[in-house]
Design a protein around this ligand. Structure first.
Ligand code: HEC
Ligand code: HEC
Ligand code: HEC
Ligand code: HEC
Ligand code: HEC
Ligand code: HEC
Length: 291
């Protein structure tokens, strides 16, 4: 009897575990059943208005029909970079209403207009460093849109990041994908830079790479010092590590930023704008180096 109980407890535990993984993707994205209704949220069999049988004019239009600023259907408003409860999305997260999203914002962030973004509309296929040297624009395999980085059908990766981006296999362990996931609190795995390295490969080096005529800041190295700095005026900047590692997202947002660049920081670097940086000017540097 006791043995039976133990076995059935084990089975229940295993079911719960599978259940936890199964609910990882969220919303209409993935873990589909044999008789799912989800396909009809995005596809029309005969009356689609764009290729891939989408019921919107483009992948971008489809995504922002739920995730956009004035949309309903998803609580993660990626245009304004904010979680808004009650839009008909997934309330089963522990994200606070009004929390700033970890990805930044495509149109606004923190209530201010975006100063640089990845262009998610499918208009551009030239990425810095793609298969080439840093600071040089080169073509990637397709025009960039939301589905260049995310798989709308779900994925075993963190935040349904695609398993193959720009022809490169990408692994980013799920670190916060169970019930109660939080879109406002960092919990990145050490593999987070792999997302960015798939398109900007020469930027991803653990030691300063000098093989191409330019040097680059180390990425994917551990850092044990303070990641927060308060200046004489009482202004504080902090950055986040990924399980102890410096990753691209320590300094950059993947979606867009509203950081402002002035003085020496204005127009510095080939992109000539705020380059998706998380802090005004060079706040990201001061968070760790505290000069
Ligand atoms: C959240 C919106 C969404 C849902 C839900 C969805 N799809 Fe898709 N689907 C897309 C988008 C966007 C593309 C184009 C992807 C791209 O551009 O890479 C696509 C592409 C496809 C493709 C062609 C490319 C491929 O991946 O093979 C097939 C087939 C497909 N979907 C089938 C389905 C089926 C079947 C379902 C339901 C089980 C479904 N989709 C649910 C958005 C969705
Ligand atoms: C260049 C790659 C890239 C593109 C393009 C991209 N995303 Fe993301 N997105 C990410 C990454 C990386 C994260 C994880 C952010 C984190 O947790 O730090 C993310 C997170 C998210 C989230 C979770 C909320 C958040 O901000 O953390 C949503 C929802 C989302 N993206 C939707 C979209 C939509 C819709 C588009 C197109 C309008 C899009 N993404 C375009 C890489 C991308
Ligand atoms: C029919 C509405 C709908 C459409 C269309 C839609 N989403 Fe979502 N998406 C959701 C909901 C609901 C969630 C759960 C979180 C929330 O409420 O915002 C979600 C969650 C996500 C997440 C976070 C997944 C995670 O692991 O936590 C990403 C990333 C995302 N969507 C990207 C996209 C992209 C890219 C597109 C377009 C190809 C798209 N979505 C289209 C409703 C939608
Ligand atoms: C320590 C902070 C930091 C980290 C980590 C970091 N970057 Fe940057 N990045 C910057 C700054 C600052 C700029 C602005 C230009 C400059 O100062 O070089 C920039 C600019 C860029 C640009 C615009 C083109 C250019 O060369 O200026 C790209 C693309 C880029 N980074 C990609 C990446 C990728 C991909 C990773 C991870 C593999 C990464 N960055 C990691 C700070 C960082
Ligand atoms: C699917 C390919 C792809 C991935 C993945 C990708 N990028 Fe990009 N990135 C691009 C393209 C294309 C551009 C230039 C056009 C644009 O801005 O959308 C760009 C531009 C940039 C810029 C310059 C933006 C500006 O100021 O003009 C930075 C910085 C950058 N990426 C950093 C990152 C970081 C950090 C990640 C990972 C979170 C990442 N990229 C992931 C394709 C990609
Ligand atoms: C998350 C913490 C962190 C941030 C943010 C950061 N750094 Fe660093 N920095 C490091 C670490 C760790 C090293 C040592 C890398 C190594 O192992 O060689 C380093 C090394 C350096 C070096 C010495 C480089 C060399 O090749 O010897 C310089 C210069 C530097 N950083 C400047 C910057 C600048 C400028 C910024 C802002 C754009 C910045 N750092 C942002 C952690 C950080």
């Amino acid at each position: 009897m006791k043995k039976l109980l133990l076995v059935s407890l084990l089975v229940i535990a295993m079911m719960l575990f599978v259940g936890g993984v199964a609910s990882a993707n969220g919303g209409p994205h993935g873990d589909y059943t044999a008789t799912t209704d989800a396909c009809a949220g995005c596809h029309r069999a005969h009356t689609a208005t764009s290729d891939n049988l989408l019921m919107a004019d483009s992948t971008y239009d489809l995504c922002v029909s739920c995730h956009g600023g004035s949309a309903t259907g998803a609580n993660t408003n990626v245009d304004d970079g904010v979680f808004v409860s009650g839009r008909g999305g997934d309330e089963g997260t522990s994200t606070a209403d009004g929390a700033a999203l970890l990805g930044g914002g495509f149109v606004n962030y923190g209530g201010a207009a975006a100063s640089s973004t990845h262009d998610p509309t499918g208009a551009d296929n030239m990425a810095w460093g793609a298969g080439n040297e840093r600071g040089v624009l080169a073509a990637i395999s397709e025009n960039l849109d939301c589905a260049s980085c995310h798989d709308p059908h779900g994925s075993p990766n963190y935040r349904i990041i695609k398993e193959e981006i720009n022809g490169v296999a990408v692994t980013v362990a799920q670190s916060d994908e169970g019930a109660g996931k939080n879109y406002g609190v960092v919990s990145w795995s050490a593999q987070q830079s792999n997302v960015c390295g798939a398109c900007h490969n020469p930027y991803q080096h653990a030691t300063a790479d000098t093989t191409t005529g330019t040097f680059t800041h180390a990425v994917d190295v551990t850092y044990g010092g303070s990641t927060s700095f308060t200046d004489g005026n009482g202004d504080t900047v902090s950055v986040d590590l990924a399980s102890g590692y410096v990753v691209c997202q320590t300094c950059h947002f993947p979606h867009g930023t509203s950081a402002s660049m002035t003085g020496y920081a204005d127009g510095a670097g080939p992109a000539g704008d705020s380059a998706l940086l998380r802090k005004d000017n060079r706040g990201v540097c001061q968070a760790c180096h505290q000069k």
